[in-house]
Design a protein around this ligand. Structure first.
Ligand SMILES: [Fe+2]
Length: 324
């Protein structure tokens, strides 16, 4: 790990890039690089170092197309190929998943998008998640590229889970170090009376894993408070009541404003985040606005998390390492 002073707000002469942190604990904008141009190894190394230090890095005014997006991702790892993608995704690029909010989600499960969101929102911090966190091997990173964005609304926010862990008191860190929690797709969903297509969808493709509550980052060695508001169901070996109260406190810690950064998208913006060390908040302020928002996502395959005790996560149902 480089020190803050070595990476913060300074240009790297070898790579020609400049890394400008945008918040105290997380987020940096990288300038001086055209992602559509074949990147040389010094640029890739500079981006990787900034990503590990700042957890999410931003690029603006890029002109990546689908092949360029995939080629950029390949410099940092192996892109995930999903067996099922949304209907807006480009058929010729299986690594790319496209979300076009208004086109895709309205009516998907026989209900309006707003109702579906409402039924899923069982806690106020529900939207905070890491991508595919119920899998036994969640993606290492996500590279999200904006094509069309609303003139206002639709920002994304990330939080640094290494900083959140470091900010806990020593006795509490010691307590959570040894715990594990079940992460499950569809936690807390409130079904519709009668037939509910989303419940059938969830039963069809259940995914759950037992993850350490504190994972050790495979590249930086940092301890990560591995919680989110979307998948975490229950801390193992604790009563329902104990688990609920402790999870609420840990999630509040994980999303404290000082550990977060918020990004205003423009067409051509790219955000590249470490999905092992962060959670992010899907925008909740644009569903009622009548603006299109089209985003393209490539994820990089990741390791099975490992706890402080060296024990890896275990699959519970519907997930195995490397099988998507
Ligand atoms: Fe996400």
């Amino acid at each position: 790990m480089t020190t803050d002073r070595a990476t913060a707000g300074r240009s790297d002469e070898a790579s020609g890039t400049e890394v400008k942190p945008v918040a105290g604990h997380i987020g940096a904008e990288i300038t001086g690089v055209d992602l559509a141009d074949g990147l040389d190894d010094t640029v890739v190394a500079a981006i990787r170092a900034a990503l590990l230090r700042w957890k999410v890095v931003f690029f603006r005014g890029q002109r990546l197309d689908h092949p360029g997006h995939v080629a950029f991702a390949r410099r940092f790892g192996e892109p995930v190929v999903l067996r099922k993608r949304g209907s807006a995704s480009p058929p010729d690029f299986p690594e790319i998943e496209t979300t076009a909010d208004r086109l895709e989600l309205g009516g998907r499960f026989g209900m309006e998008h707003d109702e579906w969101l409402r039924r899923r929102r069982h806690t106020l911090l529900r939207g905070w998640h890491c991508d595919h966190g119920a899998r036994v091997d969640p993606p290492a990173a996500t590279i999200l590229r904006a094509e069309t964005v609303p003139p206002y609304g639709g920002d994304t926010t990330w939080s640094n889970l290494a900083a959140a862990y470091a900010g806990l008191s020593a006795p509490l860190r010691e307590f959570v170090d040894g715990l594990r929690a079940e992460h499950r797709l569809g936690v807390g969903y409130q079904p519709r009376p009668g037939d509910d297509a989303y419940v059938r969808h969830l039963l069809d493709r259940q995914v759950a894993s037992l993850h350490p509550l504190v994972r050790v980052h495979p590249e930086t060695g940092e301890r990560i408070l591995y919680v989110n508001g979307y998948y975490v169901e229950q801390i193992a070996d604790l009563s329902r009541a104990e688990s609920g109260a402790i999870l609420e406190m840990l999630l509040e810690q994980a999303t404290r404003p000082e550990y977060t950064v918020r990004f205003r998208w423009e067409p051509g913006s790219v955000a590249f985040w470490d999905n092992r060390a962060t959670i992010h908040l899907a925008p909740g302020d644009n569903a009622h606005l009548d603006f299109p928002r089209t985003m393209h996502r490539v994820m990089l395959t990741g390791d099975v998390p490992v706890g402080v005790d060296g024990k890896p996560s275990e699959p519970v149902t519907g997930t195995e390492p490397g099988r998507w």
